[in-house]
Design a protein around this ligand. Structure first.
Ligand SMILES: Cc1cc2nc3c(=O)[nH]c(=O)nc-3n(C[C@H](O)[C@H](O)[C@H](O)COP(=O)(O)OP(=O)(O)OC[C@H]3O[C@@H](n4cnc5c(N)ncnc54)[C@H](O)[C@@H]3O)c2cc1C
Length: 448
């Protein structure tokens, strides 16, 4: 069973589908879409294809939102991702769109090395114990036969506790902590066991770390914008106030621009949503849910080196050191040079994100020391993006803590008056580009 099917059969599926128009409108409604991330662009593309009148308002000076490709070396044409990195094998809609837009997907699977307790272990030389592997396989297989009540109960527990209760201990548990914390972006002591087990049980073998769009993931945003026409997207337009009444919706921006429409699709992350003045106020249960939802702190620090000293094109490396996780960020991009991204999460992301470039580079060298020495002569340059400080999301993607997966999401998904909500945080493929696209398209369909 795919993750989508699971959600649709689960306890809160009914609420997810409740986003129906409040009343029938004879003519096609005029629509405002807030946000030109993947959910806003996907919504706009649907509206465009069905000949709706719409406009997209985007606060940043660029499209793509949390998909943010960066040209690290222009001469060598080396592009790295400051936001979303991997397209998953199971992510059918984004793969379809890439095909439609003639964007090739390159294999981006990695073979993981480890630095642990100051020792370097190459890929294949380390792993979970046989005993735990067998047990974990059983747990993943058993997931599909859990009842709704059992899933709801599982949601009350954190992933660390669940692993522990099921006999995962010692090195196995430490590796899960390092690995799964990288995936969720915060400590697994704060992650719903339901969210984690469903991800493990329903994801591809490489946990949806399978492909990347050639030329950078932002290429998809660019292609969609070209299809719908860039004039439909107004950049540098920060929405500050939303007024809804019987006649429709009025949107006010900090640059003085105002827009009126029949319907609104809001794709802002919850932090940005809470900074907008809503009139009338959003329902109390939605405001409470917005305040309860946290986003993962992730810091991305791609570093350009004169040679690919890690040798293996599929190189990634988990560490128990401050710089946490590294991966080859320029796989499939031809050059002598190459980039490794240092990827830190949770408290480590706060520490690394707050340092100067000089200090960050020291931490990287320290973290790699057990495997790779004397890197200074190979260093060329670095960039850094700390998503915990991003002014719109204050994090990389939503983190559903114990008890929240089955309670908050259904509230956040509910439409309010003329407004339909979309975005990664509302998706069954939550935390992924796929989820953002799915919810954007669903919001567009809901008002058609
Ligand atoms: C570090 C990191 C790693 C990730 N890794 C992966 C990965 O490997 N694979 C994967 O599939 N996904 C990954 N993701 C998640 C993926 O990037 C998101 O799920 C997806 O891009 C979210 O899209 P969205 O449209 O929901 O939100 P956004 O992209 O945030 O779009 C919302 C838009 O609304 C705009 N906005 C906000 N407030 C206002 C306002 N007041 N007025 C006007 N505009 C406003 C914002 O500027 C933004 O452009 C990662 C994300 C990050 C940050």
């Amino acid at each position: 069973m795919k993750r989508r099917e699971f959600i649709q059969r689960s306890a809160f599926a009914a609420a997810a589908l409740a986003a129906q128009p409040a009343f029938a409108i004879a003519k096609k409604p005029k629509v405002i879409v807030i946000g030109a991330g993947f959910s806003g662009l996907a919504a706009a593309y649907e509206l465009h294809q069905k000949s709706y009148d719409y406009v997209v308002l985007e606060s940043r000076n660029r499209i793509g939102g949390r998909v943010f490709s960066h040209m690290l070396d222009e001469r060598e044409n080396l592009v790295v991702e400051l936001g979303a990195e991997w397209v998953g094998e199971s992510h059918t809609r984004i793969r379809q769109l890439c095909e439609e837009m003639r964007l090739p997907l390159d294999n981006n699977q990695m073979d993981t090395h480890l630095i642990y307790a100051n020792r370097y272990h190459r890929n294949g030389e380390w792993g979970y114990s046989e005993q735990w592997k067998t047990k974990f396989d059983q747990l993943k297989k058993g997931y599909s036969s859990l009842s709704v009540a059992e899933k709801n109960k599982l949601d009350q527990m954190d992933w660390w506790r669940f692993l522990n209760e099921n006999g995962c201990d010692g090195f196995d548990l430490r590796i899960h902590e390092l690995n799964d914390t990288t995936d969720f972006g915060e400590t697994i002591r704060q992650i719903s066991a339901l969210a984690a087990l469903s991800e493990y049980a329903l994801s591809s073998v490489k946990n949806e770390m399978d492909f990347k769009i050639r030329g950078g993931n932002s290429m998809l945003a660019k292609k969609i914008a070209e299809r719908i026409a860039m004039e439909k997207i107004i950049l540098n337009c920060t929405v500050t106030k939303i007024v809804q009444d019987h006649s429709g919706v009025a949107v006010f921006c900090s640059n003085g621009q105002q827009f009126k429409a029949d319907k609104l699709i809001c794709t802002m992350p919850t932090f940005a949503m809470s900074r907008v003045e809503w009139s009338p106020l959003l329902p109390e249960e939605k405001r409470d849910a917005m305040h309860a939802l946290q986003y993962a702190r992730i810091n991305k620090n791609p570093i350009l080196f004169s040679t690919r000293f890690w040798k293996d094109e599929n190189f990634d490396l988990l560490t128990d050191m401050p710089a946490h996780y590294f991966y080859h960020a320029t796989k499939n991009q031809r050059s002598q040079k190459g980039a490794l991204t240092s990827y830190t999460v949770g408290d480590k992301a706060d520490v690394v994100g707050n340092q100067s470039d000089h200090e960050r580079w020291s931490l990287v060298q320290l973290s790699l020391q057990a495997g790779f020495d004397s890197l200074a002569p190979l260093f060329e340059k670095q960039v850094n993006y700390n998503w915990g400080e991003d002014i719109f999301s204050k994090g990389a993607y939503a983190v559903y803590r114990p008890g929240q997966w089955t309670s908050l999401q259904k509230v956040l998904r509910k439409h309010f008056m003329h407004t339909h909500f979309a975005g990664e945080h509302l998706a069954d493929w939550q935390g992924f580009m796929e989820g953002a696209i799915n919810t954007g398209e669903e919001a567009a369909h809901a008002l058609m």
